[in-house]
Design a protein around this ligand. Sequence first.
Ligand code: UD1
Length: 342
Amino acid sequence: MSKRILITGATGYIGSHTIVELVNAGYDVVGVDNFFNSTPRVLDGIKKILGRKIDFVEADCADLRDFEKVFRKYGNIEGVIHFAAYKAVGESVKKPLDYYRNNLNGLLNVVNLMSSSARAANIVFSSSCTVYGQPSAENLPITEEAPIQPATSPYGKTKQMSEEILKDCVYALSNLKVSVLRYFNPIGAHPSSLIGELPNGVPQNLIPFITQTAAGIRNCLSVFGNDYNTPDGSCIRDYIYVVDLAKAHVKALDRLAVTDERIDYFNLGTGKGVSVLELVHEFMKATGVNLNYKVVGRREGDVEQVWADPSKANRVLGWKADTPLDVVLESAWKWQQAIMKK
Ligand code: UD1
């Protein structure tokens, strides 16, 4: 019998792509979301890709009473991938309580319900490279051993605290095993253009702002700073294709089922740093669309440069992010065009 995996944040950007990969790999999934930052239409996209509906419950995992109903309905949950969380860095500075309440309660409820109801409680947790802050030059590319630095935003702090909570729980609860996945910058959309990133209002992240500018929804992309200590002066990130990232979750779950390691950490990136200006030019080259952009001042709280050393994930998970950047950028552009037709 296939293993049932609970996916919180199922209709979110990374959650939806991961569900597709899990089902294709033979996992039986049940999705949970409260649609705070997504829409039920994502379920239609998943259904079209897979050719069938997935099990889904509308619930808020930060609300124990509400979330419990999922466990009452589905008794045989063997593992959880916990995506559900707020993720806007800037907003978290303005609304810290919302972030602590939602992101920490969600995780506490997941661990609580899993550890009391499951035979083997395997949890894959969505963390972020934000836990490393600005790594010093000698720590780039960044490995899992690099020091965790004090986060500058409540969002970042919730990721650090969540990792600490999981470490303490693994120590205390003998049936718990955890895989902490530290994502770099996920971009792009499923090749079918049936699911992708759906930002609410004005996008805060780079790629949705680029595709909306290319589509004429925004007048001009602001490049936040060209006076950083990088070759072209703009910030450097490790942009990873969301479908490659989704596949890493399948590998992480497979591994939890067989490993004796109680908690393990993986950097999920390509291993290549790309600057904002390089990305802008790559986008224009890959799509043939001209992009109106201007350099403006730095964005407060931005890290100058960070990219992954993914060799541990390559080796231990047998996984690699290898989709070429032009293919990824084309997928983001195709997705933008598809949502405008809807
Ligand atoms: C940050 C966090 C990441 C978190 C994500 C959630 C770090 C290193 N990363 O990603 O962990 O999951 O937020 O949203 O803290 N940019 C522009 N113009 C724009 C938008 C962005 O120039 O209109 C630049 C930014 O300055 C940055 C790069 O593009 O250098 C990527 O920005 P963004 O997509 O917002 O992601 P991060 O800030 O890297």
